[in-house]
Design a protein around this ligand. Structure first.
Ligand code: PMP
Length: 405
């Protein structure tokens, strides 16, 4: 069944917006996706009729807010095929999810221990481990990539050892679009007894994530890249790992018993969720997951691949364009440079024509340095984009080239 893109687009109010009198062509989906009416309604509905704090239980509204909030947790759990709903920990996003794991790990690491990440990392999956290693006196190893943006799996093998305590890598690279062989990498890391964290920020919106099948210990993602609100995300972890993972944030909600000098922690998921959570955000993320789950995941993949293939074909034929990231297994991202033009200027001229892209270091400065470039222009596609919008991107790029090169 092919995707009815027009019907899909009609559910996103913002997509009918104009910018300077030109139709908005939104190609910055790796930064954040737009929100369907179902998610907007869930947020308005919560604040209009159900707003109260959760888990306080003393009145009707609180019970109703708790019910919706915990239902959202169940939706997310089944969306990623978690084994149990308490394996889903609400966070403010991928960044906080990785911080929870890295700061917990920091309490377990010692000298001689090693952590492994890749050259592909977003700062969120690099600086976190860097700091944890620094505090513990542990070593951070970086797995190299090839010029295509593919991971060097043989180097991954060479760097793995019984000293490796944690291996973390992105499901999909935000800067290049490379899809990593996450199941294979997980198997290899588990074979030496390491914990595995997958940074799923860019993987989750492409559907079909099954955490049990991947076999990792942690999978981190954000609601806002999955058609949900900002300020909410999720750390999924294996129950037996989360149950004893050292806590990082402490305060209300996460405790069992407290005296003036001692405290003990509650059970999952609360032990890793300190303070009043983002209740509306969680409900909005649940609505996003319910909305997304009703779509045909194979049709989505097919459409996304068609968009990327069409854009890549035009990029290859575009004189003076250099594509950064040419791995055979890619999704959603076309990063590029225009000869003689700064990416920021390209972005500015595109914006004047209603085309929204990202320019800069893609929150991956070491990766940009690896390619010897200051940054890229990045067009990133989502399920509601059309082939006509790809044409608009390249028409705008032709103008940019005329003006800049
Ligand atoms: N990892 C990757 C691969 C990302 O693309 C992003 C967001 N750009 C993050 C982590 C961080 O996500 P957030 O800012 O939503 O916490």
């Amino acid at each position: 069944m092919s995707l009815d893109v027009a019907a899909l687009r009609a559910q996103f109010p913002i997509l009918s917006k104009t910018v300077d009198g030109k139709p908005l062509v939104y190609l910055d989906n790796a930064a954040t996706t737009q929100k369907p009416q179902a998610v907007i309604d869930a947020l308005v509905d919560f604040y209009t009729g159900t707003n109260a704090n959760v888990h306080r239980g003393a009145h009707h509204l609180s019970d109703e807010a708790t019910r919706r909030y915990e239902n959202a947790r169940s939706s997310v759990a089944s969306f990623i095929n978690a084994n149990a709903r308490e394996e889903v920990i609400w966070t403010s996003g991928t960044t906080e999810a990785i911080n929870i794991v890295a700061n917990g790990l920091g309490q377990l690491l010692g000298e001689g221990d090693e952590v492994m990440v890749t050259e592909l990392e977003h700062h969120a999956n690099l600086v976190t481990w860097q700091q944890a290693c620094r505090r513990a006196g542990a070593t951070l190893n970086i797995v190299p990539i090839f010029d295509t943006g593919e991971l060097d799996v043989e180097a991954f093998d060479r760097l793995l050892s019984s000293n490796t305590k944690m291996v973390a890598f992105p499901h999909v690279s935000n800067a290049l679009g490379t899809v990593n062989p996450i199941k294979l990498l997980t198997q290899k890391a588990k074979a030496v007894g390491a914990w595995v964290l997958v940074d799923g920020a860019q993987g989750i919106a492409h559907g079909g994530v099954d955490v049990q099948d991947i076999g990792c210990d942690f999978y981190a993602f954000s609601g806002h890249k999955l058609f949900g609100p900002t300020g909410i995300g999720c750390l999924w972890g294996k129950k037996e790992v989360l149950e004893t993972w050292p806590v990082w944030q402490v305060g209300g909600e996460m405790i069992k018993d407290v005296t003036y000098h001692e405290a003990t922690w509650g059970s999952l998921p609360n032990r890793l969720e300190a303070g009043t959570p983002n209740i509306a955000g969680a409900i909005g993320m649940g609505a996003a997951v319910d909305w997304f789950s009703a779509l045909d995941v194979n049709a989505l993949h097919e459409h996304e691949q068609k968009l990327l293939a069409y854009a890549t074909e035009q990029a290859e034929a575009f004189e003076g364009m250099r594509i950064i990231g040419t791995a055979p297994n890619k999704v959603g991202v076309l990063s590029f440079l225009l000869e003689g033009a700064h990416p920021a200027d390209v972005g500015f001229i595109l914006d004047r024509q209603g085309v929204a892209i990202r320019t800069g270091d893609n929150c991956a400065q070491p990766l940009m340095k690896r390619f010897g470039i200051p940054g890229t222009a990045r067009a990133s596609f989502s399920i509601y984009n059309t082939l006509e919008e790809v044409d608009s991107l390249f028409a705008a790029l032709k103008k940019a080239k005329m003006m800049l090169a």
